[in-house]
Design a protein around this ligand. Structure first.
Ligand SMILES: Nc1ncnc2c1ncn2[C@@H]1O[C@H](COP(=O)(O)OP(=O)(O)O)[C@@H](O)[C@H]1O
Ligand SMILES: [Mg+2]
Length: 369
C-alpha cells in the first residue's frame, strides 16, 4: 500500500497496518479514537476551546460534535469549580508540568452530574510550542457508587460490632453486679425471716418477708430475661447451635408457636461475628413470625452443602405479598439482607398471602469460620 503521507513506522505497527487497506496512518488514529466509546477523548486549543470530539465524548457528556466544537471546556465543570477557577488552573498545571490528573464532579449537557477521572496533557509541536491539550475523561460514577456502598457496608458492620459489644457489657454488668446484689438481698431477707420467725411477738411478719422474697425472685427473673435479650450468654459460652436451641425454646414458651431447630452435622465452628450475625437474623425472623404470621409452626434449619452453608427460617402462617424492593419502613428484612451481605451471602424472601413465609440464606462456609 502506498499513500503520499505514509511515514515509516516501527516494524510491528507496519506489519499490523498493512492489513488495513488504503487508510493513512493519521486517519487510522482518528478512526481508533472514534471507536473508543468508554472514554471521552478530545482536543482543546491553547485557550481551552474544544477543537475535536469523539463518540465517547458524545456518549459521556451528551453534546454532539457540532454543538461543542469551539466552546470553552469550562462548560463541563460545576459552577462551584468554575467560580474557584479550576478549569484555568488545570490548564496552567498541564502547561507547566506536561499533564494534570483530577477526579471530581463534571456536568453533562442535560445538567446531570457524573464522577469523572480526567487527564489533561499538553500537546507541543516539534519546536516545543504549545498547540493545545489532549483531554481524556472517564465516567467513574458507577465505580464511585460501588465504593460508597462498600464503605457504607463496612461502617454498618462496625456499628453492629460496637453495638453488640456494648450490649454484651451491659448484659454482663446486669447479670454480675445487679444479679449478685439481688442474691445478697434475698439472703438478708431470709436471715431476717428466720430471726422474726424465732420470736412469738414477730412471727406474724413472716408472710410479709415471704412476699418480699417472691418479689426479689421476680426481679431476678426479669433481670435474667433482659440480660439474655441484650446478649444471650449461651452464644458466648456454648456457641450458635446452643443459642439457637435456647432461642427456639424461649420463643415456643413465650408465643405458643412450635419452633424447631435442625442443625445438620458438619456445620462448622462459627466465628464470633458469624454466630452473632446468624443469631440476630433468626431473632429478627422470629420477631416477624410473632408479629405478623399467626403461625403454629416455625422451622429453623442450618445445613452445609459443600463449601456453602444454608440457613432457612420458615413458618406456616399468613404470609405476605412482598414488595419488591421492600418498603422504606421494612427495616427488619432490610437488616437481614445487610447482615447476610456482610457474610458475603445471598438471601431470598419467599412468601404469598396464605402461604407462609420463608427466609432462605446461602453463604460461603469460609465467611463463617
Ligand atoms: N413471617 C412473616 N409472616 C408474614 N408476613 C411477614 C413475615 N415477615 C415479614 N412479613 C411482612 O414483611 C413486612 C416487612 O417486615 P420487616 O422488614 O421485618 O418490617 P416490620 O416487621 O417492621 O413490619 C412486614 O410488615 C410483614 O408484612
Ligand atoms: Mg420486623
Amino acid at each position: 500500500m502506498t499513500t503520499p503521507n505514509h511515514k515509516p513506522s516501527p516494524r510491528g505497527t507496519a506489519a499490523r497496518a498493512a492489513s488495513v487497506p488504503d487508510v493513512p496512518l493519521e486517519d487510522r488514529y482518528v478512526l481508533l479514537i472514534e471507536a473508543v466509546t468508554d472514554y471521552a477523548i478530545f482536543m482543546l486549543d491553547p485557550a481551552g476551546n474544544v477543537s475535536s470530539w469523539n463518540s465517547g465524548a458524545q456518549r459521556i457528556k451528551g453534546y454532539s460534535h457540532d454543538e461543542i466544537i469551539g466552546r470553552h471546556f469550562a462548560t463541563f465543570y460545576t459552577p462551584a469549580d468554575i467560580a474557584a477557577g479550576k478549569p484555568a488552573r488545570e490548564l496552567k498545571i498541564a502547561t507547566a508540568e506536561g499533564r494534570v490528573e483530577d477526579e471530581g464532579w463534571r456536568v453533562r449537557r442535560d445538567g446531570t452530574r457524573f464522577w469523572a477521572n480526567v487527564i489533561i496533557s499538553a500537546v507541543r509541536d516539534a519546536g516545543g510550542t504549545l498547540i493545545g491539550f489532549a483531554k481524556v475523561t472517564r465516567d467513574m460514577t458507577d465505580r464511585r457508587r460501588l465504593a460508597e456502598l462498600e464503605r457504607a457496608s463496612e461502617v454498618s458492620a462496625q456499628v453492629q460490632i460496637t453495638r453488640e459489644n456494648e450490649q454484651k457489657r451491659i448484659a454482663r454488668e446486669l447479670h454480675d453486679d445487679l444479679g449478685q446484689q439481688l442474691t445478697a438481698l434475698k439472703m438478708s431477707v431470709a436471715l431476717m425471716e428466720a430471726t422474726l420467725a424465732g420470736k412469738a411477738e414477730t412471727a406474724h411478719l413472716v408472710p410479709q418477708t415471704n412476699a418480699l422474697k417472691t418479689e426479689i425472685d421476680a426481679m431476678a427473673t426479669s433481670l435474667r430475661r433482659i440480660a439474655a435479650d441484650l446478649r444471650p450468654p449461651l452464644l458466648d459460652d456454648l456457641g450458635l447451635t446452643a443459642a439457637l436451641e435456647w432461642l427456639a425454646e424461649d420463643f415456643t414458651k413465650r408465643y405458643d408457636v412450635d419452633a424447631t431447630v435442625h442443625i445438620e452435622a458438619g456445620t462448622p465452628q462459627f466465628n464470633e461475628f458469624a454466630s452473632t450475625t446468624l443469631f440476630r437474623i433468626v431473632q429478627e425472623a422470629l420477631t416477624n413470625v410473632a408479629r405478623h404470621a399467626k403461625a403454629t409452626l416455625v422451622r429453623i434449619e442450618l445445613a452445609r452443602a459443600g463449601d456453602f452453608l444454608s440457613l432457612e427460617i420458615e413458618d406456616n402462617g399468613l404470609g405476605a405479598a412482598l414488595e419488591q424492593p421492600p418498603g422504606k419502613t421494612s427495616f427488619g428484612l432490610l437488616g437481614i439482607r445487610e447482615r447476610v451481605r456482610q457474610l458475603q451471602g445471598a438471601v431470598s424472601f419467599v412468601s404469598a398471602p396464605g402461604a407462609g413465609f420463608c427466609i432462605s440464606i446461602r453463604l460461603p462456609a469460609s465467611a463463617a469460620q
